[in-house]
Design a protein around this ligand. Sequence first.
Ligand SMILES: [Mn+2]
Length: 318
Amino acid sequence: MMNCSVLTKLIDRYEVITIFRHENPDCDAMGSQFGLKKWIEDNYDGKMVFALGNGTCSQTVYPEKDVAADEVIKDSLAIVLDTANPERVDDQRYALADTVVKLDHHPNATPFGDYILVNDKAAATCEILAFYFAQEKDKITSAKTAEYLYEGLLTDTLCFKTNNTTSETLQAASYLAGFGIDLNQINRNLFDKSYDDFRFSTYIRDRVKVTENKKIGYIILEEEDLHKWHLSGHEARNFIDELGNIKEFRAWAIFTASKGEKGLYDGSLRSKKIFVNKIAYLYNGGGHNNAAGLKKVTKDQIDEIIYLMQNAIKESEK
Ligand SMILES: [Mn+2]
């Protein structure tokens, strides 16, 4: 658990608060952003709170993003959520703010901002916020706040199955569930598949390449594949969990053709034990130990990446 009392002092001090999160946001990024916004609005009179960033996440429904002029951001407290490195902040104007707080659960490889609140033991940024709300004031006054945070927690842990799920994660979930949210409905909203997605899953499963020892499964999707299924590379890579429950696999990956860059691919890497972020760092990428991403690699580099993953698996089994 992390002491966030400095955050309360800062929120008290500023009239305008801008909340940022990473590009290509997931439910942890969006949920922490809108959860924090709602919580501040519910607990403070007269503060202006802006949730900024251009991207959105279609996995569930979020409010429209806010619009703020540079002048507004300049006078504000900026809180950047769920974002490990400054380049990934969706809307770089966060840097204009009077004070910047980084609040995150990724390893703090690239510290930025005036205050750094990082707990890399937390399974989600929403977990950090749940404890913060509970400790600081115990004032979640609307079920919507609890719902935003619960959704972030549930998705970042793949339904409490990832190896960073801890007793604190479940405590946070229990705390949030206490606000009368509909757990079953939230699960269905987040995880029920459309029929098209179901068919795309089948397509992926049919095309998995498997290394000889069956320890790595991966897929390369070309521009035509994405076009045929009307998916962006990012959307297609979100199907990575299709490969996540195979006994034999120690690591798995999806590579998708980079938009408008012939011969280059973006990739998502996952593993049970080996540190795939160490491999991603070598290829303009980064992320968590067991879930990382990288950008613009060639087919030869994909072969290298698979080779490095195989080596890491070998090392880990010595
Ligand atoms: Mn997260």
